[in-house]
Ligand binder design. Structure first.
Ligand SMILES: Cc1ncc(C[n+]2csc(CCOP(=O)(O)OP(=O)(O)O)c2C)c(N)n1
Ligand SMILES: [Mg+2]
Length: 375
């Protein structure tokens, strides 16, 4: 689109062009060489299912079943490509639209909806799938991830050479988050402590209505070297390239080589959230430009050309997506009203005197209303 500043699209690692042709890259082609037709179909299936789920969740918000929804529309390749490069023992700290990553971790996507319906402060046990709770405070979780990665390092789970043991931590954040102090502090701490961390920035061009040009004068990946963190810019709508650069960064982290900053250059095709109307601040021409770079379309074109994507497989995935949509709707509508006292659960991992006192006060307060009703 442009050749200077934060919007330049030069220098992006790419293995699959927007028109669905494979291109070679000396460093990164070998990192996807083992992905056979079945694995490639798997990436396509992941992206199709995530998009269907995202569409269903948006519709559920419009029907009043969810308080809010943050779409990942357009970012499926960045999320599925990076997520599928992870090992089971790796640990993820997401922000709030990493639905594609959640899917690759094995989290049932419906579990994401408790938070957006407002019936739970989290919704899942992060340790079940090594996928932390969503964080809405921009950038704060990059510090949690850095601390967690330093803990992994101190546990001796880095650089042992045992592929089942060596662990990396990945944190996902947006372009806007890079302007926050927390993300910059995370980069400093991760760098000087050589933390086994991958800082995965999805540059989707917008931070609500603020364009990337209001966040930086340079490509976001150019910030990494100033912290002493190796950085790479990847075509975020190319699932293969995202897989490859993440695999490299994870390998560096697990082997003791320290952190990497990945800038996945992508686009938020939807609104920021269901509370936003992007037509107020961006052009239809820009949206068209990115629609032609749709991450799913390019893999569809490529796999159709190679013969890997058969009509039978497409029909199978379509049926699976229909079933997921149906299950999502049923799940959300069956979520009841939580007991108010559940807000006191999981504040700390162990019992806490202040929380106990607050719960006791609250129960007494609620009982006073019940008594009032009886009078
Ligand atoms: C510390 C903090 N400041 C402001 C906000 C309000 N806010 C919510 S999302 C957002 C924009 C984030 O943009 P970006 O980091 O690019 O992520 P994206 O939503 O585009 O994925 C802002 C400013 C917040 N949640 N937390
Ligand atoms: Mg953004």
């Amino acid at each position: 689109m442009t050749t200077s500043g934060p919007l330049t699209d030069d220098g992006l690692v790419q293995l699959l062009t927007p028109t669905g042709e494979r291109v070679d890259h000396p460093d990164y082609t070998p990192r996807v060489a083992h992905l056979d037709d079945e694995a490639l179909r798997g990436l396509w299936r992941d992206m199709v299912l995530v998009r269907r789920f995202d569409t269903e969740a948006t519709a559920l918000q419009r029907q009043g079943e969810l308080g809010l929804w943050a779409q990942c529309l357009g970012q499926e390749a960045a999320q599925v490509g990076s997520g599928r490069a992870l090992a089971p023992q790796d640990y993820v700290f997401p922000s709030y639209r990493e639905h594609g990553v959640a899917h690759t971790r094995g989290l049932d996507l419906t579990e994401l909806l408790r938070l957006f319906r407002g019936v739970d402060h989290g919704g899942w046990d992060p340790t079940d799938v090594n996928f932390h709770l969503y964080t809405l405070v921009i950038g704060s979780h990059t510090l949690h991830a850095t601390g967690y990665a330093m803990g992994v390092q101190r546990d001796g789970a880095v650089g042992t050479g045992d592929p089942g043991r060596d662990t990396a931590v990945v944190t996902y954040f947006g372009d806007g988050a890079t302007a926050q102090g927390d993300v910059n502090e995370a980069l400093v701490f991760a760098a000087v402590n050589n933390a086994p961390l991958v800082l995965f920035c999805q540059n989707n061009q917008w931070a609500i209505s603020e364009p990337t040009t209001r966040q930086a004068r340079v490509p976001l990946a150019a910030r990494g070297p100033g912290f002493g963190v190796p950085s790479v810019r990847v075509d975020g709508n190319d699932v293969l390239a995202c897989y490859a650069v993440t695999a490299e960064a994870l390998e560096r982290a697990r082997s003791g080589g320290g952190p990497t900053l990945v800038e996945a250059f992508t686009y938020r095709m939807g609104a920021h959230t269901t509370s936003d109307d992007p037509s107020r601040y961006r052009s239809a021409a820009e949206e068209d430009y990115w629609r032609q770079r749709d991450p799913i379309d390019r893999l569809t074109t490529y796999l159709t050309a190679t013969g890997a994507l058969t009509d039978a497989f497409r029909a199978e995935v379509e049926a699976e997506a229909d079933a997921l949509g149906e299950r999502t709707r049923t799940f959300v509508r069956a979520l009841g009203r939580p007991e108010t006292s559940t807000m006191f659960e999981h504040v700390y991992a162990t019992p806490h005197a202040v929380v106990d006192a607050e719960r006791a006060w609250f129960e007494q307060y609620e009982a006073s209303f019940a008594g009032g009703e009886q009078r």
